[in-house]
Ligand binder design. Structure first.
Ligand code: 5AD
Ligand code: SF4
Length: 480
C-alpha cells in the first residue's frame, strides 16, 4: 500500500492549540497502516512546531518521507525519490531558498548512516521509535547539522508526541487507526520487522482508552487497532488482571459512539480464546480477520520459524468460524521462500482452497539483508516465483469474487466514509471491509446505513438503501 498522506489540516484554524503555521510540510507515506498512523502523529508534532500540510513537494519547505523496508522494492523507491528531491533542492538553493528533507520509518532505522552517505540531500534520518524528537532534530538540521536519530530510547514516543487534537482528527474522517502494540519478538526468518521496529511493546490500557475516547468524541465511528503482532497485545486491566486483546476490545466496545472495531495484524499463535469469544459476543467487533499464514507447507513454515503447522492453522480457522460463522478471513502469502519446491507450493494452494479467503496479499520472497532467510540455500528462481505468484493470485481473485457474489441479496450495514467517483454516489465499508457504492441519498458521510447488496463490480459492490434510514444505527452486521 502506498499513499500520499496530507497529514495536517489544510487550514490553521482546525488545530486549535497549534501556533499559526509559518512553514509547509509535504509528507509521503509508504508501507503499512502503522506508517499512516505514525505520519499522522508526526504531523501533530509538526503542527505544534508551526508547520502546515501541503499536497505538493513544490509548495513545501520540508519533505518528510515515511519509508517501508519490508521488501526490496519498497526501499529502492525511497532512493529514487531522494534522487529527484536532490535536483529540486539544487533549484531552490539557486533561488536562495532552503528545502529540507527528512527520512523516517523502517528504511531510516535499518540504513540510517547509509542514507546520509548515499543521499547528500537528506538533512534528518529518524527511526520509528524517536518521532517525538523530530522538531528538535529539524532545529539542529537548520543549524547545518545532518542528524541521525535511530536508537531505541527508553522513553515512550507516544507519551511525548502531542495528543491528536479534535481538529486534526476530524480531518481524518470517520475511520481512524490507533496503534496499541509495536514491534515483534517472533523473528520469522524472512522478516526485517524485529530489527526495524524492535521488541514487542504494548501501550497501557488507559492510554489506548483515552485516545479511543478522544477519537469517538471527535466523530470517529470506526477504529482499527494496529500492531505488528496486535493480538500479542497485553496489559494490566482496570480490574487489576492481565488483559489480552480480547479484554481490551471488550472495554473499547463500551465507548459511546464507537460502533466498529477492527484490528490488524494478527499472528496465528496469539489467537486466544478471549479474542475468539470477543468475535462471538461483540457486535462492535467486525467479522473480518487478517490472519497471515505465509505458506501451507509444514517444511517451509518450519524454515520460516512460524512455529505452527498448516493443520494448526486450519484447526484455528475452524474454531474462529464456529464462534463467528460469517467472519471473513484474509491472509498474507510468500511464494518462493528459499527451498520452496513445487510440492510445497501446491500445499499452499491446497490450504487456500480449504480456507476460502475473502481477500489476501501475496508477495514474491525478497531477500532482506541481515535476516536468516538471506543466507539460506535454495534461493528460488525469479521466473519460478513469478509463475507461482500469478497462479496464487488468480486463485485468491476467484475466491474474492466468489465472496462478493455470496453477498448479493444480503442486507448489510455500511459505514459511509467518502464520496464516490461519480457524483451522486457515496462509498461505504461493509462489515467485511468491502467497498460498497450507494446512491448519495442513502445518507451522509459518517452514517451507518442499512442497504441491500444488489450487484458485484470488479473492485467493489453496489447496494440500494433499505427501509427508513436512521443514519445512526449500531453495529449489527447483517440479517440474512
Ligand atoms: N519477502 C516477501 N514478503 C515479505 N513479507 C515480509 N517480509 C517479506 C519478505 N522478505 C510479507 C509477509 C508479511 C507481509 C507484511 O509482508 O507476507 O506478512
Ligand atoms: Fe515479521 Fe513474523 Fe514478526 Fe510478522 S510475526 S512482523 S512476519 S517476524
Amino acid at each position: 500500500m502506498t499513499q500520499d498522506t496530507p497529514i495536517l489540516p489544510a487550514s490553521s484554524g482546525a488545530a486549535t492549540e497549534a501556533p499559526k503555521p509559518t512553514k509547509k510540510v509535504f509528507v509521503k507515506t509508504y508501507g503499512c497502516q502503522m506508517n499512516v498512523y505514525d505520519s499522522e502523529r508526526m504531523g501533530d508534532a509538526l503542527s505544534n512546531d508551526g508547520y502546515q500540510a501541503v499536497d505538493s513537494v513544490e509548495a513545501a519547505d520540508l519533505v518528510l518521507i515515511n519509508t517501508c523496508h519490508i521488501r526490496e522494492k519498497a526501499a529502492e523507491k525511497v532512493y529514487s525519490q531522494l534522487g529527484r528531491l536532490a535536483q529540486l533542492k539544487q533549484q531552490r538553493k539557486a533561488r536562495g531558498e532552503n528545502l529540507m528533507v527528512a527520512v523516517a520509518g523502517c528504511v531510516a532505522q535499518a540504513e540510517g548512516d547509509e542514507i546520509i552517505r548515499r543521499a547528500p540531500v537528506v538533512d534528518v534520518v529518524i527511526g520509528p521509535q524517536t518521532y517525538h524528537r523530530l522538531p528538535v532534530a529539524l532545529a539542529r538540521a537548520r543549524n547545518g547539522e545532518r542528524v541521525v536519530e535511530t536508537e531505541f530510547p527508553s522513553e515512550d514516543k507516544f507519551d511525548r508526541l502531542p495528543a491528536a487534537s479534535a481538529g486534526t482528527i476530524r480531518t481524518r474522517g470517520v475511520s481512524a487507526f490507533l496503534t496499541v502494540q509495536e514491534g515483534c519478538d517472533k523473528f520469522c526468518t524472512f522478516c526485517v520487522v524485529p530489527y526495524t521496529r524492535g521488541a514487542e511493546v504494548s501501550r497501557p490500557v488507559e492510554r489506548i482508552v483515552g485516545e479511543a475516547e478522544r477519537l469517538a468524541a471527535a466523530g470517529v465511528r470506526e477504529v482499527t487497532l494496529l500492531g505488528q503482532n496486535v493480538n500479542a497485545w497485553h496489559g494490566q486491566g482496570s480490574d487489576g488482571r492481565e488483559w489480552g486483546l480480547g479484554e481490551l476490545v471488550r472495554r473499547l466496545a463500551g465507548i459511546e459512539g464507537l460502533d466498529r472495531i477492527r484490528y490488524t495484524t494478527s499472528h496465528p499463535r496469539d489467537m486466544d480464546d478471549a479474542l475468539i469469544n470477543a468475535h462471538r459476543d461483540l457486535p462492535e467487533l467486525m467479522p473480518y480477520l487478517h490472519l497471515p499464514v505465509q505458506s501451507g507447507s509444514d517444511r517451509i513454515l518450519k524454515a520460516m520459524n512460524r512455529r505452527h503447522t498448516a493443520a494448526d492453522y486450519l484447526r484455528l480457522v475452524e474454531r474462529i468460524r464456529s464462534a463467528r460463522p460469517d467472519i471473513a478471513l484474509s491472509g498474507d502469502f510468500i511464494v518462493g521462500f528459499p527451498g520452496e519446491t513445487d510440492e510445497d507450493f501446491e500445499a499452499t494452494m491446497r490450504l487456500i482452497e480449504e480456507v476460502e479467503y475473502a481477500a489476501a496479499f501475496s508477495f514474491k520472497y525478497s531477500i532482506r539483508p541481515g535476516t536468516p532467510g538471506a543466507d539460506m540455500d535454495g534461493q528460488v528462481d525469479e521466473a519460478v516465483k513469478s509463475e507461482r505468484l500469478a497462479r496464487l493470485q488468480a486463485l485468491i481473485s476467484r475466491q474474492t469474487r466468489e465472496f462478493g457474489r455470496k453477498c448479493v441479496g444480503r442486507t448489510v450495514e455500511l459505514l459511509l466514509d467518502k464520496p464516490g467517483r461519480n457524483t451522486g454516489q457515496l462509498v461505504g465499508r461493509s462489515p467485511w471491509l468491502q467497498p460498497v457504492i450507494v446512491d448519495a441519498k442513502a445518507g451522509e458521510i459518517g452514517d451507518i446505513v442499512t442497504v441491500r447488496i444488489i450487484e458485484t463490480g470488479p473492485n467493489s459492490l453496489f447496494a440500494e438503501p433499505v427501509g427508513p434510514q436512521s443514519g445512526n444505527q449500531g453495529a449489527r452486521s447483517f440479517d440474512s
